[in-house]
Ligand binder design. Structure first.
Ligand code: ADP
Ligand code: PHD
Length: 458
């Protein structure tokens, strides 16, 4: 049995719905499909999820929102019309559902946001089931509550509860193709709770693990996972295989093609993932697996992300002060902040974190506390940092991997703000100024994938 997840770009229009239907009907093993909300149809288009967020925000801010409701309905109406589906009932139900949720959760902003966001995938799954039935397939919509997707009760940040898996297994007994909306589950308290953005990948993985699928197929809009973001390097190498832990590091660090939190359920269940293109299903795609032969391809990929900052602290004899690190991290914990890395020297320590976490006066509060409570010589925040991750299973055993990167960056005249190597067996991290990150990634791509002969290509 296969579980196939279709991302927003794969279900953005009637044309895409038809491609999905072809893919589903071409393989009887594709018994469960998980769908996202309609995504972008063209570069500057707006995803339904983003429109729904605008809708919830307008309600929360007490602004008029009727036009936004209409925009949502029109997107679904256009898909239904082009598919020649008798969809009056469906569209009336969609409008009723949105207005009901608005009234029900008006005074609970975070619940409202989650309920409205989730409706994007929910209605798309209903529409997809209708379409599959219309073309003669035995298909049914399955609500995540009915499927057994039970999650924690933290709005926008759901985590699956272990009891879900046993219930999900029973989906195997159902007939026909099951269409499950991605991106949300229900808490034990009965609330709709969404996963983080991009979380339909997570639903697909949970369902695949629950039903003990042979494969989890993740259909998107590219032929494969590339060794570097294709918006940075034109036509980069396609990867034939990548390991779970390589993918986890790369997706966490910027490979948006697959959600990093989606790996855990399939990894634990030992289910391989195949990332494929809805627009070119004949292409073999990329396999995410437990082990790959990395002898001829030590590096799997290079990811990058912007929006980081570094809190730089210096204090003479810091190395002698027992508990310094703990006290520093306690200040961050008190502010509910998570960090990425902590490079340190004898009298210095830096904490790298996402700059968005310092908004709302937190930055000054943290600096004041570090200054006063830890009596440091100096503390300041450096903004505008980008992190680059070079990831590969062969990194540990191949001599000269770090030298290759530093030489390439030096040749490209790029100043390294920091290097972090060693904590992870499969990755190396470089910090650079945001304005040079694209040049840096290109220089690294050149060094690792163009100057060397490497395998692992599709
Ligand atoms: N290393 C990479 N390999 C492939 N795609 C990548 C990579 N890094 C970023 N992407 C981007 O991820 C996109 C697909 O992810 P996403 O937009 O979430 O798809 P979906 O609509 O299927 O959920 C691609 O169009 C591509 O631009
Ligand atoms: N629609 C949700 C969930 C998701 O996974 O979407 P997509 O498959 O388009 O990345 C979002 O935009 O976050």
């Amino acid at each position: 049995m296969k579980v196939a997840k279709f991302g927003g770009s794969s279900v953005a229009s009637a044309t895409q719905f038809r491609k999905v239907a072809d893919i589903v009907s071409s393989d009887v093993e594709r018994r469960i499909i998980v769908v996202s909300a309609p995504g972008k149809r063209f570069k500057d288009d707006i995803k339904i999820t983003d429109i729904l967020i605008q809708l919830a925000q307008a309600v929360i801010d007490g602004k008029v929102y009727d036009e936004i409701v209409q925009t949502v309905i029109t997107r679904y109406a256009e898909i239904a019309k082009e598919l020649e589906l008798p969809a009056d009932g469906f569209l009336a139900e969609l409008e009723h559902d949105l207005r009901w949720k608005i009234n029900e959760y008006r005074d609970h902003p975070s619940r409202l946001l989650d309920a409205i966001k989730a409706s994007g995938e929910d209605h798309n799954a209903r529409l997809m089931a209708l379409y599959l039935q219309e073309i003669g397939l035995e298909a049914s919509y399955v609500n995540p509550r009915e499927a057994g997707i039970v999650v924690t009760d933290e709005p926008g940040n759901a985590q699956i509860l272990p009891e879900s898996y046993e219930k999900l297994y029973h989906l195997r007994e159902r007939r026909g193709v099951l269409v499950i909306p991605g991106f949300f589950g229900y808490s034990q308290e009965g609330n709709i709770v969404t996963f983080p953005r991009g979380g339909s990948d997570i639903t697909g993985s949970i369902v695949a693990a629950g039903v003990k699928a042979d494969v989890y197929e993740n259909f998107t809009d590219v032929d494969s996972i590339y060794c570097v973001n294709p918006s940075i390097v034109e036509n980069p190498r396609q990867l034939k295989e990548i390991t779970y832990r390589e993918m986890r590091e790369l997706s966490y660090s910027g490979f948006s093609v697959f959600h990093d939190e989606a790996l855990e359920p399939v990894y634990k269940a030992g289910i391989p993932v195949c990332v494929k293109n809805t627009n070119n299903p004949a292409a073999p795609g990329t396999w995410i697996v437990a082990k790959r032969n990395h002898l001829d391809a030590p590096i799997a990929g290079i990811a990058s992300d912007t929006g980081f900052c570094s809190i730089n602290i210096s204090k003479y004899l810091m190395n002698r002060e027992i508990g310094f690190g703990r006290k520093l991290l306690q200040i961050l914990e008190d502010e509910g902040i998570s960090y990425e890395h902590i490079p340190s020297g004898i009298d210095n320590m830096s904490v790298i974190l996402r700059a968005s976490q310092l908004e709302g006066g937190k930055e000054q509060r943290i600096l004041d506390r570090i200054q006063m409570e830890l009596e440091v010589d100096e503390v300041h925040v450096e903004h505008g940092l980008a992190l680059i991750m070079v990831v590969g299973e062969g990194m540990e055993r191949t001599v000269g991997m770090a030298a290759k990167a530093t030489t390439a960056l030096a040749k490209a005249n790029i100043n390294l703000e920091m290097i972090n190597q060693g904590s992870s067996e499969v990755s190396m991290m470089f910090g650079v100024k945001e304005e040079v990150v694209v040049d840096a990634v290109r220089a690294l791509y050149q060094a690792y994938f163009q100057e060397a002969v490497v395998g692992n290509e599709v």
